[in-house]
Write a protein that binds this ligand. Structure first.
Ligand SMILES: [Zn+2]
Length: 313
């Protein structure tokens, strides 16, 4: 069996351990750790990364990974699960997507030992985690007030990722290219597909999103023969293209659809009004599809992203 070595610690077959990787110190000199949970079966098999909180204000994924740890769902019957519930401790503490200097960890890969804080943590993930894993699922949410219906993003040019996305079985699978300097792209370059799960919005817990994250992970583990079947497979709705409907005028945004809802071409999705009843501008769907993300802000400016529609072929 291959060696799994993280932070200088060799993980033996049959071993379940928590490692705390020292990251840095806060200005108070409080030590910041990156806790990593490793569950290794005695039987050889794939190594799956399950991670959340790469953006520190995206809480749904953190909660999902935590629940899978506490409910003992990640111990595989073969292979290994590497679980990191919270990657960006700094962002979590300051309820921010980024690091204190404004850097986005997901634009900092592969990172460097002497770079910014985000770059240093990217370096740890690149050198301690990526060499040990075969594939992964990384949990994200939409931005502030932008609520994604549970979906897995994969680059449709990469067949391995698409197959894993189908096994995960989220309600939606959306085509999404690799972003430069992202964790997903860095892993892809090393031949390791990482799925990005998007669900709900930052700084808001969404039970449906957490439940879908947990069930999808269990399906993925079953697909990888790491676990007996817990949930029935599900055929995701696959969408190769998507567009944002933006506000044509500023005003009060009144959506008449919910996230996840099926919509028809030309259907009225929302209206934008002014506070005095003089303005009423409809927002219509450009094609048949599904609402994959909805802006929950009640007041918008012209140009704001309102509704993200996934296109059904
Ligand atoms: Zn994110």
């Amino acid at each position: 069996m291959r060696d799994i070595i993280i932070n200088g610690v060799k993980i033996r077959p049959g071993q379940n351990i928590q490692l705390d990787i020292n990251i840095a110190r806060l200005p108070t000199h409080t030590l910041i750790d990156l806790p990593v949970f490793i569950y290794r079966s005695k039987v050889d098999g794939p190594v799956l990364l399950v991670s959340g909180g790469l953006h520190g204000d995206e809480i749904n994924g953190i909660d999902a990974v935590k629940r899978m740890i506490t409910d003992n769902m990640l111990k595989p019957k073969r292979g290994t699960v590497v679980a990191i519930p919270l990657i960006n401790v700094y962002g979590f503490l300051s309820t921010s997507r980024t690091f204190p200097d404004g850097r986005d960890l997901n634009r900092s890969f592969p990172g460097s030992k002497k770079g910014s804080l985000a770059s240093q943590i990217a370096h740890i993930l690149t050198n301690e985690i990526l060499p040990n894993i075969d594939m992964g699922i990384d949990f994200h949410t939409g931005g502030r007030m932008l609520s994604n219906y549970p979906q897995v993003r994969a680059d449709f040019k990469d067949e391995k990722s698409v197959a894993l996305a189908k096994a995960f079985g989220a309600p939606f699978i959306i085509n999404s290219g690799l972003i430069d300097k992202s964790f997903r792209k860095e892993a892809y370059k090393k031949g390791k597909p990482i799925l990005v799960y998007e669900g709900g919005e930052s700084m808001r817990l969404d039970e449906l999103v957490v439940k879908e994250a947990i069930e999808g992970t269990q399906r993925l583990m079953h697909h990888l023969q790491m676990k007996d079947q817990v949930h029935e497979p599900r055929e995701s709705i696959v969408m190769a293209a998507s567009t944002w409907e933006r506000a044509k005028v500023s005003g009060i945004f009144n959506p008449t659809v919910q996230y996840g809802e099926k919509v028809k071409k030309g259907q009225m999705l929302a209206k934008i009004t002014d506070p005095y009843g003089r303005v009423k501008v409809p927002v219509k769907s450009p094609y048949d599809g599904f609402v994959i993300c909805l802006n929950n802000l009640p007041v918008v400016n012209a140009g704001d992203a309102l509704i993200h529609i996934g296109k059904v072929e």
